[in-house]
Design a protein around this ligand. Structure first.
Ligand code: ZN
Ligand code: ZN
Length: 418
C-alpha cells in the first residue's frame, strides 16, 4: 500500500494575470503556485483546487497543459512535475426552497467534464469567474448536475454556522437530498471546527467517508487539515514513467472504499481550534463557557448568536457518544507547523531545507533530527503537535482557538483570519 497526503479544498486568490477569483484570498494563491507549493513545500500529493470552474482559471490550466507543465492523466487528474496530482473542483453555494444556503464541492476527472458542468451552470450563476458563487438551485439539483457531467459531489464544511447543510439548512441531510439521494454523495467534508468523534454522533453519516481539508485561502494554510489516502503500490502506472501515481479515479474509489482504496486517516485541528467551535455572542463579544448546546447568549439572552459547531452537533445529535462505523479511520489531531508558537519563516525554512516538505517534518523527522535543526524547545513542540498533546483554548464566532501550555496563552506565529 502506498499512503499519499491529500488536501481536497484549496481556493484560488487570483489568476496568473492578476484577475480576482476569491477576493478574500491571497494574491499569490494562483493555480500554478498552489501546484508548486503542494509539490515542493507541503508534500501534498493530491491537491483538490475548488475554483476550477472559473473560465479565467481554466485558461491558466489550459496554458499549463499546453506548455507541458502538467499532464492530463488517463484516469483523471492533472499531474504536476511528477509530484502532485491536481483534482479539478468547483465549490458553489446552493439555496434550498426555504432559503437556507450551503456550500458543496463537485470534483471532475478533467477539463472536458468541468466544461460540461460549467455549461450547465451558465444560466444559474451570475459571475462564473468568482469563487463559491451562488447557484440558484437547491443542493440536490446541483448534485444531479455534477453527476450528470461525470463528477462526484461532496457537501463542504458540513457544520459551519453560515453556509453549510447542518449549520444553516437542515437537521438531516436526508431532508436535503432525500433517502435515495444520499447514495449520490461521495463523502462529507467535516470542516475545521468538527471531527469524526462529533460527526459520528449523527446516524445518517455512518455510511459516508469523512474528509478533513484545509479550505485554504493562502499558501501557508494549505494542508492545515488533510487526509491520508491509501492506494495499491503494485499496479498499472498512470504517469509517463509507468510508476504508480494517484489519479482522480483513485480518489473516487478511496471515498467510496472500493478496489483497495480508502481514506486511511484524517488529520485535522483539534476542533477547539476551529473558529466556529463554540457559540459566540457578537453583542457581548464573548464565546460561551457553558456546556453545549448553548443556542442563545448566556449573558444578555440574545438569540442573535453565531451558533458553535459543537453546540449545533449536540443540538441535533442522535447519540450522546460517537458510534463510529467499522470502516471509520482514525482522526488525528495535529497542529499545523505555522500555528506553532515560535515557528516563523526562518525556522520553517530550515526545517524544509533539511527534511524536504512539511509532511516529512510532521510525520517522519525524528526528535533528535529536529532538535539538531531548530533546537530542543521547538523540536519538543513539533513532537507534541504530532502526538496531539498540546492543549487548546476554544475558538468561536470567527476567532480561532489557541494552543496553551501551563495555563498561559502562547502567541500564534501566524495571524488569524482565513
Ligand atoms: Zn465554503
Ligand atoms: Zn471553500
Amino acid at each position: 500500500m502506498r499512503r499519499v497526503y491529500a488536501d481536497l479544498h484549496i481556493h484560488i486568490g487570483r489568476t496568473s494575470a492578476g484577475e480576482p477569483v476569491k477576493i478574500t484570498a491571497a494574491r499569490d494563491l494562483t493555480f500554478e503556485n498552489i501546484a508548486r507549493e503542494c509539490a515542493t513545500r507541503k508534500g501534498i500529493e493530491i491537491a483538490g483546487i475548488v475554483d476550477c470552474g472559473s473560465p479565467a482559471v481554466m485558461a491558466d490550466i489550459d496554458r499549463m497543459v499546453e506548455a507541458g507543465e502538467m499532464i492530463e492523466l488517463p484516469r483523471g487528474g492533472l499531474r504536476y512535475r511528477d509530484a502532485t496530482t491536481v483534482i479539478l473542483g468547483c465549490e458553489l453555494e446552493t439555496v434550498e426552497e426555504d432559503g437556507g444556503a450551503s456550500h458543496h464541492v463537485s470534483y471532475f476527472p478533467g477539463r472536458e467534464e468541468m466544461r460540461v458542468f460549467v455549461g450547465l451552470l451558465r444560466r444559474l450563476v451570475t459571475n462564473l469567474n468568482l469563487s463559491s458563487q451562488r447557484c440558484r438551485v437547491p443542493a440536490r439539483k446541483l448534485m444531479r448536475m455534477a453527476l450528470q457531467a461525470g463528477g462526484v459531489f461532496v457537501p463542504a464544511h458540513a457544520f459551519t454556522p453560515h453556509k453549510s447543510p447542518y449549520g444553516s439548512c437542515v437537521r438531516r441531510l436526508t431532508e436535503m437530498f432525500g433517502e435515495e439521494g444520499m447514495a449520490g454523495l461521495a463523502a462529507v467534508e467535516l470542516g475545521l471546527s468538527a471531527d469524526s468523534f462529533l460527526a459520528d454522533r449523527i446516524a445518517e453519516l455512518a455510511p459516508l467517508t469523512f474528509l478533513s481539508n484545509s479550505d485554504a485561502h493562502s499558501l501557508p494554510r494549505i494542508a492545515r487539515e488533510y487526509n491520508v489516502i491509501e492506494i495499491p503500490s503494485e499496479r498499472e502506472g498512470d504517469d509517463e514513467n509507468g510508476g504508480p501515481c494517484p489519479t482522480f479515479q483513485d480518489v473516487v474509489w478511496a471515498l467510496r472504499r472500493e478496489n483497495g482504496r480508502r481514506v486511511a486517516a484524517n488529520y485535522g485541528l483539534d476542533p477547539k481550534l476551529g473558529k466556529y467551535h463554540r457559540t459566540f455572542c457578537p453583542a457581548c463579544e464573548r464565546i460561551t463557557p457553558l456546556d453545549p448546546p448553548v443556542v442563545k447568549c448566556d449573558l444578555c439572552g440574545s438569540e442573535k448568536v453565531v451558533k458553535g459547531v459543537l453546540d449545533r452537533i449536540v443540538e441535533i445529535a442522535d447519540y450522546p457518544e460517537p458510534r463510529p462505523p467499522a470502516h471509520r479511520p482514525p482522526y488525528r489531531y495535529q497542529v499545523p507547523l505555522q500555528m506553532l508558537p515560535g515557528v516563523g519563516a526562518v525556522s520553517l525554512g530550515k526545517l524544509l531545507n533539511r527534511f524536504g516538505t512539511e509532511m516529512k517534518v510532521l510525520h517522519e523527522a525524528r526528535a533528535e533530527e529536529l532538535e539538531l535543526v531548530v533546537g530542543r524547545k521547538l523540536a519538543e513542540m513539533i513532537m507534541r503537535a504530532r502526538e496531539g498533546t498540546l492543549s487548546m483554548r476554544a475558538g468561536g464566532g470567527g476567532r480561532y482557538g489557541k494552543p496553551v501550555t501551563d495555563g498561559a496563552d502562547m502567541q500564534l506565529s501566524l495571524g488569524l483570519g482565513q
